[in-house]
Structures are given as C-alpha cells and as structure tokens.
Design a protein around this ligand. Structure first.
Ligand code: ZN
Length: 493
C-alpha cells in the first residue's frame, strides 16, 4: 500500500483529520443516493462525482473499498415533512404505472447519466423498498430502547428524550430549543409529542399505494431510517465514511445519528463528509426558480437557460475545478471556460502521444510534480490544485513539442503515467474520444487503424464486399472516414 497521508474534513468535528480506517486494508463508505422520482439533475452530479473521486482515490491508495449508495424509492415525502404523499406514489398515480415501474424507469436513466459522467458504479446499491423487514426491526429496537413512541399507528422518534441522554444536533450545530421554536406546526403533527420528533414509521392513508404490514400499522418507513438500517446491514455497526450533499446534514444525517445511537448505543460513522451545493447563475436550483436543469438537458443543451450543449466530461471537469466543500456556480460563461480548459488538457494528452523521444533530455521536475499532485489529493481531495499541476504538465508537453525542451523516452513515459494516474484514473476525466472506462487511447486508435488498413487492402484487391462492409459499419458506429491524398483520415463524430 502507498503511504497514506490523506486528510479529510470531518463535518462532525469540523476539522480536517488524517484518515485512519477502522480496518487497515478495508474501507466502508456509505453515500446517500438519489431519490428516484424524476430525471437526474445537476444536484445529483456533484455528490456522485465527489464521492466517486474519494472511491477512486482510496482504491488507488490500495484499500479495498465497499461503497454503498442507496436508492431512495420509498418514504421520501412530497413536502419533506412527515406528512404528505410519497413522491413515487404520486408519479405512479398520475401516469397509471406500477410504482416500481416508475422507480426502474428513473433508475435506468440515472445510471445512464452516471455512466456518461464516468462515475463508477458503487459496490452495493440497495433499495429502501427492499429492506422493509430490516427497517421494522430497527424501529422495534428503538422503541425497546425507549427513544420512540407509538401514536395512532405511527412511530415517532422522541427527540427531547434522546437529547436528555445524548446530544441531538451535534452534526448540524443546531440545538433543540431553537428547533422546537422554528418548527412549524403542520397538519397531522398533533400525533407527535414534540414538533422536533420525526417519523420512524408512518401509518398509510387509504389512498397511499406503497405500504407494508408492521406491528403498528399498514404503513411505510420514515425516510431517515433506510440509511441507518442499510448502512449497518452492509458496512457494520461502525464504519468509516458517510457522505452526502450538505443539504442532507439536517435533518437527514442528524436523524441518522440519533437513530443509530438509540439502536446501538454508539455512533455508527467515523467521518462525515459533505459536498457543498451548486447554484445556477447565483441562484439555488429549484423548480420554483425555473432553473431546474436535468443532466440530459445539459448534455443536449435543451433548456432555455443554456446557450449550448455541454458534454458530460465538461460537466465533470467543471465540478472538479472546485474543491468539493466550496460552492459552485453553474453559468454558461463558467461552463464555456471549463470546456476550453478541458479541451486544452485533452490536446496536451494527444500531443504527448505523438512526441518523439530525444537521446538526452532537459525536462526536469516530473517527480516533484507527481509529489505535489499526491499532496493536493491528500489535502481533502483538492482537485483544483491537481488540475493546476496537470496544466503545468501540459506546458512541459508544449515545450517539448515546440523544441524548447527535450524529453527522453523515460521522461515521456513518466509524463504519460502522470496523465494516466491523475487525470484518467483518479479524477476520472477521459479524453473526448474515449468511451467511459477506456482512458488508454492507444489500443483503440491502433484497432481503428488496423480496420482501415484491411479496408485499403480489400480495395486494392477489388474485394468491394469487405471494404464496403467496413465503411458502412464504421459509419454506423459514428466514424467519419475520409480518403485524402496523404492517406485515410478518421474521426469520431
Ligand atoms: Zn441517507
């Protein structure tokens, strides 16, 4: 294993800490995944990419990582309070579909968008709806511990009781008095003893279509429960990292902490990590602002706020140009700048592949550059600094290219290795031509050249069937092949 100096910002202690896993070789990480009731939007991209970088880097450091990212397909209510209808149920009723049909439809689309963004699939992707039995057991144990009560068929977490023994609000820095003062009385809250209490189990109203039997009522679990429950099931009573967007810190993660402490008598999570939020032209993203842009709309440029389409790699590169804890404002100008920067980087890589080695070299500082990139990654995943150093590398490529510097074969190999390690493997940014997961372009280019060579030979032998077949199939795959006086040129459309 490589020396590990990785520090991460622990939202619980509010400071950067040297990462020490519970087990020396294995890391368990849990990230709150999407609620699949609509198309993946920009808000989904940032946590997915942030924790993809952590997942990739931990593996690069030599850890065996079990990465759990859940699918919220039940219990996330329309108005984010404990009353109201399940978002998936509403959608299913409107479109006359089986609820799981709605879930699957949006989950497929989400996966497709994640693949385009080159986000690696997690190790386990558990569904809340597939863990109802475990969640019922979890509720029962909190009842047995005395930190919950039943009311009209629903079960609520007793926040004041818990707070008397433990600290409710330690993650978000809130205190219970202010919570009680600020919580509005909503319809149906009379079932609760205290407005700060939250639902562990909700009795389903007759029109509610997603419900399961339980000791208390025919109903469904509260939203916060699934993560406590599935985190423990797949990662154990204590595990290393829990992540998510900053908007989930309260109430979701605060409630998760209270649940697992009530359930096990101790905290489950060693490090809490939260990515900051995104804004669009300085405004929070939301349906009411008219700036709710889905990922597909970004990829296609099909939203009135977008002046053009942005490729998934431009979006990924843009997100990585900011450290995950800083805010990030999406606007056309910033995205266009990111697009140019990404293109410069890709040009640097392509130019590097064509450089010819010299007998003796004048290039220096490659090892230092590598050390600085590790240092930046170790500094709470400081991706913008890594990108800055990769641009330093591009400058060296350009110097060799225009003859102001000379590089030996070993220098060129080292430069390729730095691109491969940091840009492709760790940052997961691929060159424009590469399909997801195949950052090494050489074999791909050689395979295309080989096909074109076979086509040229068949033409020379007047074997039109073969040459036409290659031409037509390549065109269908998206290749533009042009015969020029210097030979054949090709590019991927
Ligand atoms: Zn969660």
């Amino acid at each position: 294993m490589k020396a590990n100096n990785l520090t991460i910002y622990n939202s619980l202690s509010r400071r950067k800490e040297l990462f020490k896993p519970i087990h020396p070789e294995r890391v368990g990480m849990y990230v709150c995944g999407p609620t699949v009731y609509g198309d993946g939007h920009l808000g989904h991209a940032r946590p997915a990419i942030t924790f993809d970088i952590l997942f990739r880097y931990l593996q690069h450091l030599g850890y065996k990582v079990r990465y759990v990212r859940n699918i919220t397909d039940v219990g996330h209510l329309v108005n984010d309070a404990d009353d109201g209808e399940d978002k998936i149920a509403v959608k299913a009723r409107l479109e006359q579909l089986e609820p799981m049909e709605v879930v699957q439809h949006y989950l497929n689309r989400y996966h497709k968008a994640m693949e385009k963004l080159n986000v690696l699939p997690p190790s386990i992707e558990p569904h809340a709806s597939g863990h109802i039995v475990e969640q019922i057991g979890y509720v029962q144990s909190i009842l047995d511990a005395g930190y919950a009560y039943e009311s009209e068929g629903s079960v609520y977490f007793d926040v004041p009781k818990y707070n008397a023994d433990h600290h409710y609000g330690k993650l978000s820095g809130r205190n219970i008095d202010e919570l009680q003062a600020n919580t509005r009385e909503l319809d149906g809250q009379s079932e609760k003893r205290n407005p700060a209490d939250f639902a562990l189990w909700k009795k389903a109203a007759p029109e509610h279509i997603m419900h399961w039997p339980s000791p208390w009522s025919e109903g469904f679990p509260g939203w916060h429960l699934e993560c406590s429950c599935m985190g423990e099931k797949y990662l154990g009573e204590t595990f290393d990292i829990h992540g998510g967007g900053m908007d989930l810190m309260f109430p979701h993660h605060e409630c998760e902490i209270a649940q697992s402490v009530a359930h096990n008598g101790h905290d489950a999570v060693h490090y809490w990590m939260h990515n900051n939020m995104i804004t669009i032209d300085g405004k929070k993203m939301g349906k009411s602002y008219g700036n709710f842009i889905t990922l597909d709309q970004f990829f296609e440029g099909s939203h009135p706020l977008l002046t053009q389409a942005y490729s998934p790699m431009t979006i990924r590169f843009f997100i990585l140009m900011a450290q995950y804890r800083s805010t990030l404002d999406f606007g056309n100008e910033a995205l266009q700048a990111a697009e140019k920067a990404y293109k410069r980087m890709a040009d640097g890589w392509r130019r590097l592949l064509d450089l010819k080695p010299s007998e003796t070299g004048t290039v220096t500082g490659l090892d230092e550059l590598e050390a600085k990139m590790y240092e930046a990654m170790d500094d709470d995943l400081n991706t913008p600094v890594v990108i800055g150093h990769l641009f330093d590398l591009c400058r060296i490529v350009n110097q060799v290219n225009d003859g102001t510097a000379k590089a030996t074969a070993a220098d060129l190999d080292k430069m390729k290795q730095l691109f491969q390690t940091f840009l492709f493997d760790i940052l997961g940014v691929l060159p424009p031509e590469a399909a997801a997961g195949s950052a090494n372009l050489r074999p791909y280019e050689e395979a295309v050249d080989l096909l074109l060579q076979i086509r040229a030979e068949s033409k020379a032998k007047k074997d039109w069937a073969t040459s036409d077949l290659i031409r037509d199939r390549m065109a269908a795959m998206g290749f533009d092949v042009k015969d020029t006086k210097d030979g054949v040129e090709w590019k991927l459309r």
